[in-house]
Write a protein that binds this ligand. Structure first.
Ligand code: ZN
Length: 113
């Protein structure tokens, strides 16, 4: 489960620095965005009673990308308009795989001994 592994990763990092995690920045592909609320909710639930209780999750969405088969340009896909290569206007495109869920950085507050 995603929330569980996030919690484990954040806890491990915090323990290593003997600090309390304030917030964690996560990036994920567009196709994960639907789970954002669920992820926050699940994380909050399992973080109760752990050093991660109250840690804020900052979720950044990575846009979906496509590659043009004609000129090899890689560009961000905008689903609100027709999808064509911005350079050569070709519609012969290859969709690139969605970005995985990544833990980008953790903001830590050092514990006073
Ligand atoms: Zn092109």
């Amino acid at each position: 489960m995603v929330a569980q592994s996030l919690l484990a990763a954040i806890s491990a990092e915090a323990a290593k620095h003997n600090a309390r995690p304030i917030s964690a920045k996560i990036s994920c592909g567009r196709l994960y965005s639907i789970n954002e609320e669920i992820l926050r909710f699940a994380f909050k639930a399992i973080a109760k009673g752990t050093p991660c209780e109250g840690t804020k999750l900052v979720i950044e969405q990575k846009p979906l990308q496509a590659k043009c088969r004609s000129c090899e340009k890689t560009f961000e896909v905008d689903f609100n308009s027709e999808i064509n290569c911005p350079d050569c206007k070709s519609s012969d495109l290859e969709m690139l795989p969605d970005s995985p869920l990544l833990l980008e950085e953790i903001e830590l507050e050092e514990l006073v001994p």
